[in-house]
Design a protein around this ligand. Structure first.
Ligand SMILES: NC(=O)c1ccc[n+]([C@@H]2O[C@H](COP(=O)([O-])OP(=O)(O)OC[C@H]3O[C@@H](n4cnc5c(N)ncnc54)[C@H](O)[C@@H]3O)[C@@H](O)[C@H]2O)c1
Length: 349
């Protein structure tokens, strides 16, 4: 069978690994090349665990190649394109996280800006059919104008991380305009789920409680976040890459460039969030049944770079691709907690 090659950068990461598994399991006509530098921003063991899950799939046999490398290594990126000639590229590799970008902005400049430039250049040189890349809800800065619509102001980021994501969108648009490179930017809203990112609230809270410590709930728990379950994100990426609708859309456009939000359109108050999370962790034995939630939460002030509310208007995806995220926070956190309890139990043995 003639296979279609997809390059997934950040394939050892949370979203990249689940996307890779979906592509391999459900699309026998596809082979995936993963690219990732396995950096130690959070435990490398979790990135290796995800790569092991991919490698353990019978479907990965002969259809999965992993390349360890940096996005900012222009020659290495180019060599991957030259050897594998991907038809489609999904750029998920990036230095994520708002807080670190306030302390070490140069890491973000290297991975997210120089690295992204290298991806753009190789996509142009090797005539890639569609580049789909990760942007972020953080481009909306401190806006209280909810739900966030893709057309609204994104020129006032409140972190350097957000600035790099906005930079990607602008760089991408220029490449699409100047070279006709088809491109889709996806602004993710707090993606969560099994094997997720330890620096994100749900995972960090779970680990902190398990170690017997209290969590700090910023803005005294008054902020609201629009969360998106990992399977909904992976399904959206799958549709955008493979449904054929993107070609129809782009053929009708002068500049083949689209930007979408992907979020549940249902912001959750953080005090509700921690209640649902702790209930789920108790259900799977990761926390004891006598866990006393409000004794284990310290309500503290607002953090720099944190918006009060995030809420997506994801109607663009619905209109163009018929996609609507559907997993609610109770079900999503239940699935996370089940995985977390098993993972931590395995780690202790
Ligand atoms: N998870 C979310 O809620 C969320 C929200 C908004 C945007 N995003 C964006 O989505 C993308 C994927 O996020 P994720 O949650 O899977 O993060 P992740 O950190 O789990 O995955 C990113 C992967 O990229 C790799 N990487 C980082 N810098 C690299 C570099 N310079 N060269 C090669 N590899 C590099 C990392 O090792 C990691 O495995 C990122 O671009 C992130 O900024 C994620």
């Amino acid at each position: 069978m003639q296979t279609k090659k997809i390059l997934v950068t950040g394939a050892a990461g949370f979203i990249g690994s689940w996307l890779t598994m979906r592509l391999l399991k459900d699309h026998p006509e596809i082979s995936v090349v993963g690219y990732d530098n396995l950096n130690p921003y959070y435990p490398v063991s979790l990135k290796e665990y995800r790569l092991d899950m991919i490698g353990a799939l019978p479907e990965s046999e002969g259809r999965w190649t992993f390349v360890s490398g940096e996005l900012e290594d222009r020659e290495k990126v180019r060599a991957v394109f030259d050897e594998h000639r991907p038809e489609l590229v999904v750029n998920l590799a990036a230095q994520a996280g708002v807080r670190r970008s306030l302390r070490e902005p140069e890491v973000y400049l290297a991975s997210n800006v120089i690295g992204f430039f290298n991806i753009l250049e190789s996509c142009r040189e090797y005539h890639v059919g569609h580049l789909v890349f990760a942007s972020s809800s953080s481009v909306y800065g401190d806006s209280r104008d909810v739900p966030f619509e893709p057309e609204q102001d994104t020129d006032h980021p409140v972190s350097f991380y957000a600035a790099t994501k906005k930079t990607n969108e602008v760089m991408g648009y220029a490449y699409s305009k100047c070279f006709g490179l088809p491109m889709t930017a996806l602004r993710f809203f707090s993606v969560y789920g099994p094997a997720g990112r330890p620096d994100m609230a749900y995972y960090h809270f779970s680990e902190t409680w398990m170690s017997g410590k209290n969590i700090s709930l910023f803005d005294e728990g008054r902020c609201k976040r629009d969360f998106t379950y990992i399977d909904d994100v992976v399904s959206a990426l799958e549709q955008i890459l493979l449904s054929g609708k993107s070609k129809e859309l782009f053929d009708a456009m002068e500049t083949p460039y689209r930007v979408y939000n992907i979020g549940n359109e249902n912001p959750v108050l953080m005090t509700d969030f921690v209640r649902i999370l702790s209930d789920s962790l108790i259900r799977y034995g990761a926390l004891p049944t006598d866990f006393s939630l409000w004794d284990r939460v310290d309500l503290v002030g607002k953090q720099a770079g944190d918006p009060e509310i995030t809420c997506a208007d994801s109607s663009g995806l619905l209109n163009d691709y018929g996609i609507k995220p559907s997993v609610n926070i109770e079900d999503g956190l239940d699935r996370f907690a089940r995985w977390f309890a098993q993972y931590k139990n395995g780690a202790k043995k």
